[in-house]
Design a protein around this ligand. Sequence first.
Ligand SMILES: N[C@@H](CCC(=O)N[C@@H](CS)C(=O)NCC(=O)O)C(=O)O
Length: 223
Amino acid sequence: MRLIYFAVPGRAEASRLALSLSGMEWENVLVNGETFQKMKADGELPWGMLPVLETPEGTLAESSAILRYIGKYAGLIPEDDYQNAKANEFLDGMGPLARALDTTFGLSDADERIRLRKALFETGGAGSNNVQILENKVGESVSGWAANTDDLSIADLKLFTELFGLFSGNYDGIEPHVIARYPNLMKYHDKVSNDERIKNHYDGTTKDDLCWTYLPGAFDQFK
Ligand SMILES: N[C@@H](CCC(=O)N[C@@H](CS)C(=O)NCC(=O)O)C(=O)O
């Protein structure tokens, strides 16, 4: 398997984590904008975007589809049908948060980009509204896992990597202290980052790495 994406966590990190937990052999292929454009022009991207997963049977696109596929090999798909459906619901339910930010990625005017991103996380902004939904969801979970599953699932990989990854400082205008204001999400961060499987995966990650947001206590200083 080859997972192809840019050199950031973004929409590939959940699948990277799942691939690593699966124990399968896989290659983490990092590309720049030029290679992306070439792959696109050459028709190598089913939907014209990254990430894609190259499998022995063909190329799979869409980050959630890739996660669902790899999740099976990593033992992260709940056996119970209802729990499985709720994990899938969670994956789909996170769509609006990603889409709220998508509009800011193509802006080359840095001041405008920062202004729009800050506005997203002000009271009533689309980012805030969507994060509040996630805050409520993890607060309601009896098991503490994102989709109230019995154990860690693909929903946790997506929530943990995509949400906290947004607040790494890599996206100008989105600052770490914003997410530190959500107590349920901070408690959830403690749970997932201290889970042995996750902790082992990020062992060796330093605070200078973009993945610092996945380390235990990452946001403590911003609370
Ligand atoms: N729904 C897709 C969205 C993928 C997406 O937005 N990919 C971005 C990078 S995060 C991309 O390839 N952007 C380049 C472009 O659109 O030209 C997914 O979840 O995989």
